[in-house]
Design a protein around this ligand. Structure first.
Ligand code: IPE
Ligand code: IPE
Ligand code: MG
Length: 265
């Protein structure tokens, strides 16, 4: 049992709670939101929020790994974030260089392997190199997978997967009616995660309750937990609260949960 201090989101009341070690979500995905608002509240430029947010990534990656999470997917840059002012986009593109430049030794120490999903070929050369190096430097790590969604979009991902399957059909390797959900899942950017591809828990910070084009296929049966904290304020305690909330849920996957649902008519 892990104990932690749970802060009730509605009342602010703090109580000591226990996390069930047997029920830690294997795959947690986080929409890291609110960097800009965090900075604005402090009369700082938005990029100051992104900088602080990078430190949060370090804290949360280590905390998740210690809790026994197997995959931590972090939404870092969407295919729609190019719409932002170029100064902000340029800063966001430099962040992976800073992040991996300073954090790879810690990742290796914690046996954390880096994976990146997204259209990385569209990133600046220095960003691509930082990503490639981090993947190579952590390739032998066998613990948690730290999966960055970088220039990622759920719809684009589904379009690409569809194109790949259509090409197989056109080559005569596949009949349209033979396409299965598993085959489509395999073509997605999470295909290599196999049985861990779908998040058990999806967290979004900063009070927004929408997906913003994140993992549209994979979250079909994820538990959603929305938190008020802006991402730079997120920490181990907030992560534990989200996991605690997850552990109070009853997942059914369309069936019945024998522990909670009566089967009597
Ligand atoms: C999340 O914070 C980080 C990225 C989208 C890159 P935002 O930058 O979206 O912060 P808000 O939502 O404007 O506060
Ligand atoms: C989603 O957040 C993208 C990331 C967290 C990287 P946004 O801040 O871009 O989403 P919207 O625009 O509020 O929907
Ligand atoms: Mg936002």
């Amino acid at each position: 049992m892990f104990s932690f201090l749970n802060k009730d989101q509605a009342t602010g009341e703090v109580t000591e709670r226990q996390l069930d070690e047997q029920n830690i979500p294997a795959h947690i995905a986080i929409i890291m939101d609110g960097n800009g608002r965090w900075a604005q509240q402090r009369h700082l430029p938005r990029i100051a929020g992104h900088k602080q947010g990078m430190n949060t990534v370090k804290t949360v990656a280590k905390a998740a790994s210690h809790l026994g999470v197997k995959v931590l997917t972090l939404y870092a840059f969407s295919t729609e974030n190019w719409k932002r002012p170029s100064t902000e986009v340029n800063y966001l593109m430099k962040l992976p260089v800073d992040f991996f430049g300073t954090f790879v030794p810690d990742l290796v120490k914690n046996n954390i392997r880096v994976k990146v999903m997204g259209y990385t070929d569209q990133l600046p050369a220095a960003t691509q190199k930082a990503v490639r190096d981090a993947i190579a430097d952590t390739a032998d790590c066998t613990g948690m997978v730290l999966n960055f969604a970088l220039n990622y979009g759920g719809r684009a991902e589904l379009v690409t997967a569809t194109q790949q399957l259509a090409a197989q059909v056109q080559a005569g390797q596949l009949a349209p009616t033979d396409i299965t959900a598993d085959m489509l899942g395999q073509q997605l950017m999470t295909g290599d995660l196999a049985e861990l591809a779908d998040p058990d828990l999806l967290i979004r910070t900063s009070g927004e309750e929408r997906l913003s084009n994140f993992m549209l296929w994979q979250v079909a049966y994820s538990e959603f937990v929305f938190m008020q904290e802006h991402w730079p304020d997120f920490d181990q305690a907030t992560l534990e609260q989200a996991i605690y909330t997850y552990q109070q849920r009853h997942r059914r996957f369309g069936g019945l949960n024998p522990a909670t649902d009566t089967t009597k008519n």
